[in-house]
Design a protein around this ligand. Structure first.
Ligand SMILES: [Zn+2]
Ligand SMILES: [Zn+2]
Length: 257
């Protein structure tokens, strides 16, 4: 399994894009920096996008993906919770701001085919076993455990605050891709808006180790560009305290599982 980090941040500045990951060139997780990271021929190979939730920094490139859809040989499947699709239909794909590519060029054969996922209901998507697991955010959100045919497995939380013990019960990944969205100093605020600081992440990782008896490789994304230096230092500190390595994701990073 090849995992490409297309967007590793919660906002966009030159060289940093909003969150999006790509597995083996065909399965995307979130669409913050999807089309801005891929050539047209690479976009044509993307067969499905899994959305953790509807927030703009995770969904916005659906519009540009749809706009490029005329060059695709087959439509792209967009998998998300019912509540996520409702918001997308009402706001991002409303047909007013731009064309609604979930109904265009025709309702029967749109470029973007919206498909509902249910929490904790496993599905085979493009040959991968996908398990959506609820996480702690301000809007309905799931993380995804994606397992390849040869048994390689990752879990991507998307945006989440603390309180992941129930989530950990359901998963056993080799790679955990999780967020840190700000500095420790404002962790009460981060908690209130469904995000993690490095210190809050440490507690969640301790709980993972307690529940599962091991820690997977950990990769951090969704760091805000303006606080990147401080957040990286705080992550290094908790890695030392936990006696593990923690990787920090960046645009263009490739991981082979
Ligand atoms: Zn969010
Ligand atoms: Zn986000």
């Amino acid at each position: 399994m090849e995992v490409r980090i297309l967007g590793a941040h919660s906002a966009e500045v030159k060289g940093m894009r909003m969150v999006s990951l790509l597995i083996d060139g065909i399965l995307a997780l979130d669409a913050g920096g999807l089309t801005s990271s891929l050539s047209l021929s690479e976009q044509q190979k993307v067969r499905a996008v899994l959305l953790t939730h509807h927030h703009f920094d995770h969904s916005r490139d659906l519009v540009t993906l749809g706009a490029n859809g005329a060059t695709f040989s087959s439509p792209v499947d967009i998998y998300a919770l019912n509540q996520t699709l409702d918001v997308l239909n009402f706001c991002l794909l409303d047909g007013k701001m731009y064309a609604d590519f979930s109904k265009w060029p025709s309702k029967d054969k749109p470029f973007l085919q919206l498909k509902v996922i249910e929490p904790l209901q496993p599905q085979n998507i493009q040959g991968y076993d996908v398990l959506p697991v609820p996480v702690q955010h301000t809007v309905p959100s799931v993380g995804f455990q994606v397992t390849s045919k040869d048994g390689k497995s990752l879990f991507y939380t998307g945006d989440t605050g603390p309180g992941l013990a129930a989530c950990w019960q359901h998963i056993s990944p080799q790679l955990l891709i999780i967020e840190v969205s700000g500095i420790n100093e404002v962790q009460d605020f981060l908690k209130s808006v469904g995000h993690l600081s490095a210190e809050l992440l440490k507690e969640e990782l301790l709980q993972f180790r307690h529940i599962k008896g091991y820690l997977p490789r950990v990769l951090i994304i969704h760091i805000p560009p303006q606080f990147e230096r401080e957040v990286k230092q705080e992550i290094k500190r908790i890695a030392r305290e936990l006696r593990i390595g923690i990787d920090i994701g960046y645009e263009g990073m490739k991981i082979i599982l």
